[in-house]
Design a protein around this ligand. Structure first.
Ligand code: NAD
Length: 477
């Protein structure tokens, strides 16, 4: 059962000061399914006080003890996965199977950082004088303010919180107001596993008010944001003004390159799954389908076959493979991006419009004959839309792949190993996946370059943003 969602501040699950609330909608039915506590400035100040207290305790615990609590968190999340997945599907729309996978992978992320926190090694630097020890040690940066979006309510938050906690930091999370219950349940797993009071807290409210209060606050030493590039630039500027460290995981516009020599069946299967997962509301989703001339028609036909097999429906219904969009803003965005492309010469090969008259359902869509002037080739569509364009040569497709200011994920399919190696070097992106989809594993780096942001959220690199280096030099007394 979906229940009202509370704040977690100072070890208590509680309503906001003044009992202010926001409504939560189910995007498949447009019905109000619950209420969300809406934090005031006084609530934020209380969370900041508790975060400072929590940090003082947590940083003194050994990485070994912290790791034990994190591993217990992962076990709790696994046990509760069936119930939390249902909450996620009701508030976000994705099919139940996708919600369960998100939770399973999130538990693996916690386990990964539970271990990795024990490997925050420093160095002993050879000194110029006998009897002097020069140490480079890694310490937790302090209290972190994290801002996470509605597309992956648990997995966007878990990467930040787990890395921060493993490093010894305390975390205040501004969760996603439209998909709050599953994210709050993630926080409950850490709390129930025994993190000390104030180490993980969750608040909701007006995003701009919260970021403007938390980022400049002296208690907060680090900001981590996932969301759109314009908001990311705004928050990075605010953080810069107050000399706060920042991780930015922003938008993308992934090229999906298919060469004539590729295994077209495999490419169609992998790319259709990557495109329409979570109804395309994924920062690493392929968007620009750049297909070599000889493979263009056969690949398009195979891809359209996959698209037409997608079963659109309520994510709780058996057999649904794509749910509704998460909110009405995405429906109008899809309509306007498609209308713009068509006005500039594109053809709708399948889909192209809203489905049904209740819920934010949108047909999985393929556009061909798309021109570079169309918005879809320049702005992140963040929805179930694939734009096709043919290419002739390697140099031409690499130039197109690198044309935009985005640089998050990229996909390529070719049987030519020399060409595959060259793509790995030539594509300007934070992640390149060739002949399969191997992105976003707990143990591998995840992040972008250019306007897609900076900092990494996975792998050993994921711990770095939460650590600072201290130099200690000591001579005999
Ligand atoms: P939006 O730009 O209003 O918000 C994006 C995210 O930023 C949301 O989570 C929102 O709560 C947060 N946000 C907005 N203003 C903020 C502020 N001043 N301070 C702190 N947080 C703030 O757009 P939206 O309609 O919610 O999402 C649509 C766009 O956002 C998409 O087109 C996509 O580009 C981007 N997005 C990206 C990701 C991702 O995984 N990188 C996830 C969700 C949304």
């Amino acid at each position: 059962m979906y229940q009202d969602v509370l704040l977690h501040i100072g070890g208590k699950w509680r309503a906001a000061e003044g009992n202010k609330t926001l409504e939560i909608l189910n995007p498949a039915t447009e019905e109000v399914i619950g209420k969300l506590a809406h934090a005031s400035k006084a609530d934020l100040d209380e969370a900041l006080d508790w975060a400072a207290k929590g940090f003082a305790v947590w940083r003194k615990m050994s990485a070994f003890e912290r790791g034990k609590i994190l591993r217990k968190t992962a076990d709790i999340l696994r046990e509760r996965t069936p119930e939390i997945a249902k909450l996620m599907t009701q508030e976000q729309g994705k099919p139940l199977a996708e919600a369960k996978t998100e939770l399973t992978v999130s538990a693996d992320v916690i386990d990964w950082f539970a271990e990795e926190g024990r490997r925050a090694y420093g160095r002993v630097i050879p000194a110029r004088t006998p009897g002097v020890y020069q140490l480079s040690v890694r310490e937790p940066v302090g209290v972190v303010a994290g801002f996470t979006p509605w597309n992956f309510p648990v997995s966007q938050a878990v990467r930040k919180i787990s890395a921060a906690l493993a490093a010894g930091c305390a975390f205040i999370l501004k969760g996603p107001e439209e998909t709050p219950a599953s994210c709050a349940e993630l926080v409950r797993a850490y709390v129930d596993a025994g993190v000390p009071t104030g180490v993980v807290q969750i608040i909701f409210g007006v995003p701009a008010e919260i970021s403007e209060h938390l980022i400049p606050h002296p208690t907060v030493r680090k900001i981590s944001f996932t969301g759109s590039t314009p908001v990311g630039k705004h928050l990075a500027a605010l953080a810069g003004k107050h000399m706060k460290r920042v991780t930015m995981e922003l938008g993308g516009h992934a090229p999906a390159i298919v060469f004539d020599d590729a295994d077209l069946d495999q490419a169609a299967t992998v790319l259709a799954a990557a495109k329409f997962r979570n109804a395309g509301q994924v920062c690493v989703a392929p968007t620009r389908f750049l297909i070599q001339q000889g493979a263009y028609e056969p690949f398009l036909e195979k891809f359209i076959g996959k698209v037409q097999a997608i079963k659109l429906g309520n994510g709780l219904d058996e057999g649904t493979t794509m749910g509704p969009l998460a909110n009405d803003r995405r429906v109008s965005a899809m309509e306007s991006i498609i209308a713009d492309a068509v006005s500039k010469g594109a053809k709708v090969r399948t889909g192209g419009k809203r489905a049904g008259n209740k819920g934010y359902f949108f047909e999985p869509t393929v556009l061909t004959d798309v021109t570079l002037e169309a918005k879809v080739m320049n702005e992140e569509p963040f929805g179930p839309l694939a734009a096709f364009m043919p290419f002739a040569t390697y140099d031409e497709v690499v130039a197109e792949a690198n044309r935009l200011d985005y640089g998050l994920a990229s996909y390529a399919f070719t049987r030519n190993t020399r060409q595959a190696a060259a793509l790995g070097a030539d594509i300007e992106a934070g992640m390149v996946t060739i002949n399969h989809n191997g992105l976003a594993m707990p143990e591998t780096p995840f992040g972008g370059v250019k306007d897609s942001g900076y900092g990494s959220e996975g792998g050993a690199e994921g711990l770095e943003p939460y650590l600072v280096t201290k130099f200690v030099t000591q001579a005999g007394a």
